[in-house]
Design a protein around this ligand. Structure first.
Ligand SMILES: NC(=O)c1ccc[n+]([C@@H]2O[C@H](COP(=O)([O-])OP(=O)(O)OC[C@H]3O[C@@H](n4cnc5c(N)ncnc54)[C@H](O)[C@@H]3O)[C@@H](O)[C@H]2O)c1
Ligand SMILES: [Zn+2]
Length: 342
């Protein structure tokens, strides 16, 4: 995987020089258009700038239609290149649009959120939400390169930074106890979190390279995500939706409870996980009356087989098992862990 870290203007110039493309498009959302595009604008050769509305709500077919229309109207051919300048939404959707346009043009990811730097930009999973289900339509295709510069974190809102922190914690929990020990004590600041980006990418890349199409091991990256995605999807159209990482933080709390019940996670480890996550996400909670509906949404998880809900759960901090069958009753009981913290 071609992940490069450094000064973005220099990285981009080097990459563009090497690429043999006919036309260039840059995809932004309204926020990255204002905060990130000016950082690279003057070094970019002639390009088509495409701007879509910001947020998960717009990771949908309508936005894709806008993007494909812009590519078509600007006569972008098969040799064109698209730069996805934004967070996970732009990366997932821009990559998907590029991979489907004329059966596939090259794309490059320039992640601008912590979450997309440590997680979404790496691994080739692309897609959009559909009919209220997360990432329901999508495919696997690798970016030509992923260029990472923490400079973009300076304009990112606190909640967005914290959202990415959840995936960093997950990387420690599923693969590396020492990393968890280090990460859980970091402050939610661009400066401190920038120090672990490379290590998180290394953990994710190692897993993805061993199992690119998620036949087995890669499923461990979904710890916290069966329940987290259900929470994220359920509140998506509410007045106060959760950010991806916030929903995953709650999902990890619930799935820690299931890990204790089903995979022998020790009481000490479970307490450490709860305390670590709650220190960073103290106020998040779901409504008790929503538990049944959230549970129903877990039935649509992509890891499920033959109607059975299969989760990735921890046997210890740093060790994750996959394809663990979990009943609806157990999920409902575990969701109570997401209600209140005391
Ligand atoms: N493909 C994968 O493997 C993978 C992994 C994890 C998450 N994801 C997906 O990623 C998405 C979440 O990504 P996200 O958290 O980056 O969300 P996002 O792309 O919506 O970005 C969050 C917000 O921050 C704004 N923003 C982005 N960069 C900014 C900057 N530098 N300064 C100021 N504002 C900025 C955006 O406009 C947006 O409002 C979800 O859709 C999730 O499903 C994908
Ligand atoms: Zn995630």
């Amino acid at each position: 995987m071609a992940v490069k870290t450094g000064e973005i203007r220099k990285l981009l110039l080097e990459e563009l020089e090497k690429s043999n493309y006919s036309k260039l498009a840059v995809l932004c959302d309204i926020n990255t258009r204002i905060n990130c595009y000016p950082i690279i604008e003057d070094i970019l050769p002639d390009h088509v700038l495409i701007t879509v509305p910001a947020g998960e709500k717009y990771k949908n077919l309508d936005s894709c239609a806008m993007i494909w229309e812009a590519l078509t109207k600007n006569e972008m051919d098969r040799k064109s290149l698209m730069i996805n300048l934004g967070g996970g939404v732009i990366g997932d959707m821009g990559g998907f649009c590029a991979a489907a346009y004329k059966r596939g043009i090259s794309f490059m990811n320039v992640p601008t959120t912590l979450l997309s730097m440590v997680d979404a930009s790496v691994g080739g999973k692309l897609g959009i939400d559909f009919l209220g289900f997360k990432n329901q339509i999508g495919l696997f295709s690798d970016a030509q390169s992923i260029l990472i510069d923490p400079i973009f974190l300076n304009t990112l809102a606190f909640d967005e930074l914290r959202s990415g922190f959840a995936e960093i914690l997950k990387h420690g929990l599923i693969k590396d106890r020492a990393y968890w020990d280090k990460a859980k004590n970091l402050a939610v600041s661009p400066k401190e979190l920038a120090t672990v980006i490379a290590q998180s990418i290394a953990i994710k890349s190692e897993i993805v390279e061993a199992d690119p199409k998620e036949k087995g091991l890669r499923k461990i990256l979904n710890f916290g995500h069966t329940i987290g995605h259900a929470i994220e999807a359920y509140y998506l159209s509410s007045s106060n939706p959760f950010l991806h990482g916030e929903a995953i933080a709650l999902g990890m709390l619930a799935e820690t409870q299931l890990s204790s019940e089903l995979c022998g996670l020790s009481k000490d480890d479970a307490k450490q996980i709860r305390d670590g996550i709650r220190k960073i996400f103290p106020e998040l909670e779901i409504n008790k009356s929503d538990i049944a509906k959230i549970t129903r949404l877990t039935l649509h998880d992509k890891k499920n087989e033959n109607g059975r809900v299969l989760m990735s759960l921890l046997s210890a901090i740093g060790n994750c098992q996959y394809d663990v069958e979990v009943t609806k009753e157990k999920i409902k009981a575990a969701l109570k862990d997401c209600l209140f913290y005391n």
